[in-house]
Design a protein around this ligand. Structure first.
Ligand code: 5RP
Length: 228
């Protein structure tokens, strides 16, 4: 697919959202992520809704959008496996390792991704990085552990701040809080994810290394570039 050079970031998201339809298996249930790029995918998915079995969603926001467009949403507990999970990223490297959670949905995203045989990441080209960490790393935490976890990140050279919404701590779909950690360069995403996941009070760290992308559809000025 070829795109003119003047496409906006929003148009690049539309391009990859539509391209992701190629990975949807007819008759099957689709794993659906969260975010502005995924919203484009959901809009595209609605055009083929009669040909799928429904969706498993990673957030209340995506669930609302799917339902509004007439796509049935199944509980993750009703599904043993998914052929594909389609989601965006805040950062992705050439190996398919990602930082996610800019939309605060990282825990459910990891849960749905873990059900899927294939993770297809959809992103505009601004998300491609050589080393993860420039985007503030989202970490979902149990509120009483937030300060302790922030100090642990400080000892690694990071600065953690509590994410706010309307002046109050943001509360996730799971009733927890989000720390955003700046100043990290994550050279070994698998080891980093394993380490931080052990810290008491961490619900989910936004490094997706175990649940990495198998395919990335990157929206570029030249069209959709597929990274495998
Ligand atoms: C939400 C996410 C999103 O996938 C990520 O923030 C990218 O969002 P967008 O497509 O809006 O740039 O991880 O928790």
């Amino acid at each position: 697919m070829t795109a003119p050079t003047s496409l906006s970031q929003d148009e690049l998201k539309t391009l990859v959202g539509r391209a992701a339809l190629d990975y949807v298996v007819p008759g099957e249930i689709v794993g659906v992520g969260t975010g502005s790029t995924v919203n484009k995918f959901i809009d595209a998915l609605a055009t083929v809704k009669e040909r799928i079995g429904g969706a498993v969603s990673s957030s209340e926001a995506s669930t609302a959008r799917l339902k509004a467009l007439g796509i049935p949403v199944l509980d993750a507990n009703e599904v043993a496996s998914l052929s594909v999970y389609i989601d965006g990223a805040d950062e992705i490297d050439g190996r398919g390792y990602m930082v996610k959670g800019g939309g605060a949905a990282l825990t459910r995203e990891k849960i749905v991704a873990a059900l899927a045989q294939r993770f297809v990441c959809i992103a505009d080209e601004s998300k491609l990085v050589s080393v993860l960490g420039a985007f503030p790393l989202p970490v979902e935490v149990i509120p009483m552990a937030a300060s302790q976890i922030a100090r642990r990140f400080e000892s690694l050279g990071g600065q953690a701040t509590l994410r706010l919404r309307d002046g109050r701590p943001l509360v996730t779909d799971n009733g927890q809080h989000i720390l955003d950690v700046r100043g990290l360069a994550i050279g070994d995403p698998l080891a980093f994810e394993s380490e931080v996941n052990q810290w008491p009070g961490v619900v989910t760290v936004g490094v997706f290394a175990r649940q990495k992308a198998h395919v990335c559809l990157l929206g570029t000025a030249q069209g959709v570039r597929t990274l495998k």
